[in-house]
Design a binder for this molecule. Sequence first.
Ligand code: PEP
Length: 258
Amino acid sequence: MNPRKLVIGNWKMNGSVPRLRSFAALAAAAPGGCPAALCVPYPLLPAAQTLLAATPLLWGAQDCSAEDEGAHTGEVSARMLAELGVRYVIVGQSERRAAHGETDGQVALKARRALAAGLTPVVCIGESAEERDAEQTALALRRQLLQLARTLGRELGAVVLAYEPVWAIGSGQALAPGLIDDTHAVIAELLAFHAGLPAGTVPILYGGSVNARNAQAILGRQQVAGVLVGGASLEAADFMAIWQAAAHQGREVSGIGA
Ligand code: PEP
């Protein structure tokens, strides 16, 4: 597995230009060698491009259209995002699945558009509380991954996956690090079996109530390639602490030393 851990922040429908400015000020002194990106609301992307370009912090978006162009009022295409210097785009985050009825099929099409535009889709998968209670976590993950494999074929190897137990998002209760490791191992097995992708090909992030206090323990797990952070990505100091924890882990794994 790539020892460099990835940190993605999801600002959701929050943030402002002054907030971006405070991130840019701190990011100028950020840890090198460990990628991190802030996925901001669309209207903030031009400011992100201006303010973050000279820092190691990348910027991204929280969704893209499943279409390339045309009569799709309110939609934003992956190509438009690429023109704003976007590197990562989150697709299939559970709030979009729940509030906008996005299906596994639509999420897979969005990921395909993102890849075609040269972006890296961060594809969110995860079980609901009901699926967890019915012990159907592996089944839910298999359903979501099968759709991705059908739509993307070998290109599935170019996405970043984010395993986000839906019930853990915004709850303050992250899944225990040992269980995260176990579930990531299940996802790696499903990828190998259904898509022929050897373990480690697809980075698997964890998301769901990651914060500055639990980041080190989660990022220290072998199967965890990084984290997708919602609430805690809104405070520059918290986000920087998580980024530092990721950089520290990356150095430990590669043997360079902290
Ligand atoms: C998310 O927005 O995908 C997320 C994981 O949020 P939080 O970190 O707030 O749980």
